[in-house]
Design a protein around this ligand. Structure first.
Ligand code: ZN
Length: 174
């Protein structure tokens, strides 16, 4: 296991459109190890999602998963995702990003989505997601298209440093 270096905002890899993975490529030791390292890196940074471009790999793959006060989402590996919105409801809520450290902002996202993708075994994965997991999946999929959460904000008025977020805006007891 290794902890990978996380690309920060300004690194060009975060603005590239990542390439899809071939099915045959998914089972290679390189990709399987990358997936394990991405989980280790995500946990080490206390993140809830991490996309390939964030670890300097311009490929359409991300890992996600969390179980804390802000939400619960079982660990997933999502490769070559196609996302469609279900219904028209949107929700605005707080997001952060390991590539934009110590900043939070409110981002509108589709409340309900359907995801078609491949899993870490190259098998078809079809799922629906609502609320918090839907938000995480949309945030991570954006990374595969070179989009950061700032790009999705309706206004920058909610931008907040983590310390002020914890003090004034978080529902957590910290
Ligand atoms: Zn991010």
């Amino acid at each position: 296991m290794s902890i990978l270096k996380v690309a920060r905002m300004g690194h060009p890899v975060l603005r590239e459109c990542a390439r899809p993975l071939e099915v045959d490529e998914i089972s290679t030791p390189r990709i399987q190890r990358l997936i394990d390292d991405m989980f280790d890196t995500m946990h080490d940074s206390q993140g809830i999602g991490l996309a390939g471009p964030q670890v300097h790999e311009s490929i359409r793959l991300f890992v996600a998963g969390v179980d804390d006060d802000e939400g619960t989402m079982p660990p997933v590996v999502i490769i070559n995702p196609e996302i469609t919105q279900v219904g028209s409801a949107t929700e605005e809520d707080w997001e952060g990003c390991l590539s934009i450290p110590d900043i939070r902002g409110q981002v509108p996202r589709a409340a309900d989505i359907r995801v078609q993708a491949l899993d870490r075994y190259g098998k078809q994965l079809s799922m629906t997601a609502n609320g918090y997991p839907a938000r995480v999946i949309q945030h991570e999929t954006d990374h595969l298209d070179g989009v950061l959460f700032f790009d999705r904000m309706k206004s920058f008025r909610s931008l907040t440093f983590l310390e002020e977020y914890s003090r004034y805006w978080s529902s957590r007891d910290e």
